[in-house]
Design a protein around this ligand. Sequence first.
Ligand SMILES: [Zn+2]
Length: 273
Amino acid sequence: MDKTILICPVCGETLFLEEKRVYCSKGHSFDKAKEGYFYLITKQGYSLSGDSAESVRARREFLNSGYYSVLAKALVEAVEKYGKNNDVLTDVCCGEGYYSGYIKNNSSLELSVTGFDLSKAAVKLAAKAYPENLFYTANISFIPQKTSSADIMLHSFAPVHNAEFSRVLKKEGYLIDVIPSKRHLWQLKEVLYEKPYENDEKSTVGEPFRLVESITVTETVTLDKNGVKNVLFMTPYAYKTAENAEKKLLELESLTTEVGFVINIYKNSKDAF
Ligand SMILES: [Zn+2]
């Protein structure tokens, strides 16, 4: 039996890995799905299902087209700067695992990657595409990973839970947090809204994290027809808009737009644990 860095979502004991399941010493057992991930959400999490299969598929296709490769490359650089060989990188709200998969495949460091998301549809795709990484479903308010088990946490475009992130991350470990820049997808917004607003670039990461570096990367990309459709469906809540504006966008053959990301790197300054 192999000890894992996972803990039981029912009792908090260490989970041990067998070929087709993980289990704890108290007899709680979780089967490995055929795609290779573990479903580690307890009853409280059932009402929250995360991104739909449709939006997850749209995001997979969009990201694999390389439209956000400027971000993926910058993340590799950040991990190489702040990480070291054999680090555990935990991809928080990993979606279909694109960024952590890209980092693992393109970084010069040996990394051990874990990732979780609330959306079963997302984790399924992640586990299929990156079988060498360990994926499970979970809610950010309870991450079934041992205290101080991650050296680096990657967190992009997702809600923050400072206390739980800090618990799972090692003291002095790094949280790499990505938020959209002021004019991310600006030209897309110009089609959708009469008066588009800039993003505020405000992060909700707080105590006990200390900002050590902030990097902004931007690029101009030209989305093809499919790319335009996918960007609309992968963020269904971000662009809630009038039907006719959406129609106008879907009729475009292509769209050239600015994309931009702010990568904030924080150190975990927790005292306890
Ligand atoms: Zn248990």
